[in-house]
Design a protein around this ligand. Sequence first.
Ligand code: APR
Length: 414
Amino acid sequence: MTSPHSPSSPSVPSDPSDPAERRPVVIVGAGPAGLTVGALLRAASVDCVVLETESRQFVETRPRAGVIEEWAVRELDRRGLAANLLEHAQAHTECEFRFGGERYRFPYTRLTDQHHYFYPQPLLVTDLVREYTEVRGGDIRFGVRDVRLHDLDSDRPSVSYLCPRTDQRRWIHCAFVAGCDGARGVTRDALPPERVRIARHDYGIAWLALLAEAPPSCDCVVFGVHPRGFAGHMARSPEVTRYYLQCPPGDDPENWPHERVWTELRERLGAAGAPPLTEGRLIEKRVLDMHEYVVETPATGRLYLAGDAAHLTAPIAAKGLNLALHDAFLLGDALVAHLTRGDSTGLAGYTEASLRRVWDYQEFSRWLSDIYHGASSGDPYLAGTTLARLRRLFTQPAAALAFAEQYLGSAAAF
Ligand code: APR
């Protein structure tokens, strides 16, 4: 008897005549988390299949994150997954804060000897798809529909989906399911409601995320802390720059015409001696409401969640991709150890090891949010204390080092 776990699927009877496949692991989702787990499994000759709702072209071009911490690059490299990244990524060494009409450089590499790497997520996904399929012989099925999970509490779980070519439901029996289907996937909803615990935090603010057809206006990432709201500047390429503007949650991008955007950016990023912003056509305008969640029970029965499926971090501290990779290293290694050597230590410790870094990064994100948004909170007490916190980074070496380590993720032991 099958017990389907999907909010939208009260029951999908198994068809006994269906020649169901068997694979040790089914991975749901071909983002950085799922593809990395798949690549680690294939490197150990563990058979698996990746199910992805979108097309290959879509996942390889979807604009997403891009900041990768040095420890994560080293771990990718150690697993043979960083050749292109190391050749093409930009290594960032410092950032700039602007507040009170002044600019302050923060040389984090000088303090920690570590870098941030900037490598757009679509390029990383392209590398991982190629490595998983063409180099390591992995099976990936794009364009599947209506993925459902079954019998997760038994030792014979299965995953079913609608095949895009035949419209027929296909079944795969497996030993483990890796839920790597991001924030809007289905695997998180398959956790048994009586056992799932999810911690949530809503910042009550939003950022207008902008892409401008304009060269960067500074040689590093810039954070503007201003009474009118936070503003950010990040180079994407020699021709394209990402900007952020704090705005009310639920704001409509249509409220932000070209002139208003550039006036506000100039105001919030203005500082003595700063080069003028190079204006350009706005090719993307999206409002991102800042909220976060942590699934405190990311492993249950035979299902293990990883990446955004298990926890969401607002883009405040650029941690999402790094956490997804951290989970994938832990889960991939743990599944390999269990399936090839019968060693279950990694699986038993997965939740604790994942959550330790997740909570550390969540705390930093919250701390940084106060700094970015305190000045515009409308609360003079918060504005004063968060400005003091910001100044401390440029006056107290111990505070600067602590910040640099959190910013680079080097404080949390891998
Ligand atoms: N079935 C199969 N695949 C699914 C389903 C589903 N029901 N729902 C979503 N997916 C796919 C998505 O299309 C996507 O390709 O799962 C993949 C999840 O990938 P990501 O969202 O990139 O999540 P993850 O691998 O955890 O990486 C997190 O992605 O969005 C960024 O900022 C985020 O950098 C972080 C990283």
